[in-house]
Design a protein around this ligand. Structure first.
Ligand code: NAP
Length: 427
């Protein structure tokens, strides 16, 4: 029986979940894998705090050195969160030759180059399945199962809170503020929801996913990010009537030497597999050159699903004689052979508030046409008696900058764009 001595950095929701899962699975892991895992020390801020798991008091410490400098501890499991001091602790552990398993997307996304340099120096492994999409084995899939493919596109619903809010808006017709307040009352959104609703969380995850998908470092700071704060119930309702579902998407596409990597709300056709991902679930849709389309789906957060990914990484790491390191340059910036595309192509949903008089549609169509944006469909309702009316236009694929220039060229006295949403996932 192989014996592993581990230390925890952090013991909140995820740490307690990992502790409970290890107690529950210890016999099974010993039987299946020939592995006995002992947790020797647990770093927390407050040793006396009441915890969700029943853990012997003597394991807790507030001194990180008790784990990082202990030669008996060969694996550090980190779920304390945040960039610092977590990143420094992880680098210290790796430099000392320990293996690291982390659930911390922020530390991995922001400290990628430091972490991999430390892992290469120390010879330990760096595993982070739990950091992206909880229980969904997307990291392992990208690293181990797609070597026979070039990943051409990846689109993910990687944040459960925003997916819950958008699903509720679509199902109930309620406004964003009302649904957010309800999600906060239910504990499904943080009291300060910015990390989720402004797209930061999804951007950390996309930095990690796109780096693995494109075998090149895609730094967090290079990714275009928009949140869901400006979404109106009216646009969600129009989109639903037109056969689209609104999602916060993490998108990464590659076209030879250019990539576009972005997080923003987008409409997907109802027939697309991502449209059926509701509530707090996550999914990652991948298009591989050989595999074609595939989708991974499951619980992207929560104590038990995330703990399952941590324990899986721990067992996997324990069985490696040589830890894998993704085979590309682990630099701080985007590599020179890749260009970040900021003028991507997609179709658009446009909702205008326009004067209710002849010639208005012609004005809009002309400005769009002058900027190479062609119209696929026009919807106009509730026109009688009102001075200004909504006009909804769906476009064919167009360049982002052309579309923005066309909207700027409109006469605001005639028509103003009130809702602009990108459409992704059209075949
Ligand atoms: N929650 C999820 O569903 C989920 C899913 C996937 C990934 N993750 C990631 O998992 C990580 C942990 O999440 P969580 O929900 O478990 O967080 P949490 O409940 O806030 O737990 C954080 C733990 O870290 C300890 N800690 C924080 N800063 C510390 C410091 N400076 N020194 C010592 N101990 C410190 C805290 O100690 P005290 O208990 O003494 O305060 C606490 O035990 C995060 O990176 C998160 O992004 C979470």
């Amino acid at each position: 029986m192989k014996r592993i001595t581990a230390g925890f950095l952090g013991c909140g929701g995820i740490g307690c979940g990992v502790w409970d899962l290890l107690q529950d699975m210890q016999g099974v892991i010993a039987h299946r894998e020939g592995l006995y895992i002992e947790v020797k020390r647990i770093l927390v801020r407050d040793k006396d705090k009441k915890r969700e798991a029943t853990i012997p008091r003597g394991l807790f410490t507030t001194d990180a050195a008790e784990l990082l400098n202990d030669p008996e501890i060969s694996v550090i499991l980190e779920f304390m969160g945040g960039e610092q001091p977590a990143l420094d602790y992880l680098c210290q552990a790796l430099e000392a030759g320990k293996t690291v398993v982390t659930a911390n997307k922020m530390a991995v996304a922001l400290g990628w180059h430091r972490l991999f340099a430390a892992a290469q120096q120390g010879g330990g492994g760096l595993y982070f399945e739990a950091a992206v999409c909880g229980a969904i084995p997307v990291i392992r899939t990208l690293q181990n199962s797609l070597q026979g493919n070039r990943v051409e596109a990846l689109m993910g619903i990687v944040n459960g809170t925003t997916n819950y809010i958008l699903s509720q808006m679509a199902e109930s017709g309620r406004d964003y503020d009302e649904v957010l307040a309800e999600a906060q009352a239910l504990g499904l959104a943080e009291p300060d929801p910015a990390s989720d609703v402004d797209g930061f969380d999804a951007t950390y995850k996309l930095s990690v996913l796109s780096s693995l998908a494109f075998h090149a470092r895609v730094p967090y700071g290079t990714i275009h990010r928009e949140g869901i704060g400006g979404i109106s119930a009216l646009d969600v309702a129009y989109a639903r009537d037109l056969g689209y579902t609104l999602k916060l998407l993490a998108i990464a596409k590659r076209d030879s030497d250019s990539i576009d990597v972005r997080v923003h709300p987008a409409l997907v056709p109802d027939r697309h597999p991502l449209a059926s991902v509701r509530g707090a679930f996550n999914a990652v849709f991948i298009h591989g050159s050989a595999a074609g389309d595939m989708m991974l789906y499951g619980r992207g957060a929560g104590s038990a699903p995330t703990a399952g990914a941590v324990v899986s990484d721990l067992v996997y790491a324990a069985k490696q004689s040589h830890h894998p390191i993704p085979s590309f340059e682990h630099r701080e910036e985007l590599p020179p052979h890749l260009r970040m595309e900021d003028n991507w192509r997609c179709a658009f949903y446009l909702r205008f508030e326009a004067l209710n008089q002849p010639g208005v549609l012609g004005h809009i169509a002309t400005r769009l046409g002058e900027h190479q944006v062609s119209i696929e469909a026009v919807v106009q309702r509730h026109t009688e008696g009102n001075e200004r009316v909504p006009i909804v236009i769906l476009t064919h694929q167009a360049r982002e900058k052309d579309l923005r220039a066309a909207l700027k060229a409109l006469d605001p006295a005639v028509a103003q764009a009130r809702g602009v949403l990108r459409i992704e996932g059209q075949q």
